[in-house]
Ligand binder design. Structure first.
Ligand code: HEM
Length: 214
């Protein structure tokens, strides 16, 4: 099959990582935008959640699509990591400085931590959600707890580190590396992760500090 031959090539793997990464980034942007309704108050967040659930077919298709994209990103990411480790033991010399940043070296670990977060998160707000409890109240209940919130904040820090290298790497794969854009790219590789960290990370802090008007 052409896809199997494609995935065996280095550029094939990089393209799968960059495309799935871009789709996950789009999901994160939509999710952050929707969750930001929390800052407006319980009523508005519940309105957003209800509007989402009034479209069950869309939610189902979106959910399945997300699982496929996540699975591709994790599987190919692991393949790249194992290949890199094998070749690193053969060739000890690092050729690209930018490939050796803290964020790039820790990609598999930050990725695994975010994966653990997603499992706990989707279990808490999806699988284990009691039928009769409003999602806005459940979010408040969970995120007012110190250890639950701490786990969330640590996961968002790991996500920001992961995005710092992932965003840069995605642009390189798509060929966005003209000298005229390099300054903008450097700014974006920091600004994009920080934006997500502030929007997502602010939510547990908002509940923990009692800032929420619920
Ligand atoms: C404090 C920040 C966050 C809050 C309050 C939050 C809240 C929620 C809620 C309430 C749901 C269930 C939606 C529903 O069915 O009504 C959900 C689903 C989900 N969240 Fe989050 N989320 C946060 C951050 C994140 C992050 C950073 C990720 C990814 C790294 C993520 C990934 C997911 C996924 C994959 C789902 C299942 C798909 C979906 O229903 O959209 N969430 N989240």
């Amino acid at each position: 099959m052409w896809f199997v031959s494609f995935i065996k090539t280095s550029i094939g793997k990089k393209l799968v990582m960059a495309t799935s990464g871009l789709l996950l980034l789009c999901f994160l942007a939509i999710h952050a935008f929707g969750n930001a309704a929390i800052y407006l108050g319980s009523k508005y967040f519940q309105m957003y959640a209800d509007a989402l659930h009034s479209l069950p077919v869309l939610v189902l298709v979106f959910g399945f699509g997300l699982i496929i994209v996540f699975a591709a990103h994790i599987a190919v990411g692991m393949m790249l990591f194992l290949e890199k480790r094998k070749s690193a033991s053969r060739y000890q010399v690092q050729t690209r400085v930018v490939d050796n940043t803290f964020a790039s070296r820790t990609m598999p670990y930050t990725g695994l931590f975010v994966l653990l977060f997603i499992v706990v998160h989707v279990f808490g707000f999806g699988v284990a959600k009691p039928e009769d409890v409003k999602i806005s109240l459940l979010v408040q209940e969970y995120l007012s707890g110190f250890f639950y919130s701490l786990f969330y904040i640590l996961a968002f820090i790991a996500l920001a580190i992961h995005l710092n290298h992932g965003f840069w790497s995605m642009l390189q794969t798509f060929g966005v590396n003209h000298p005229r854009f390099n300054c903008l790219i450097s700014i974006l590789t920091i600004a994009v992760p920080i934006c997500f960290l502030v929007i997502f990370g602010g939510i547990p802090i908002y509940f923990m500090t009692g800032g929420a008007s619920y």
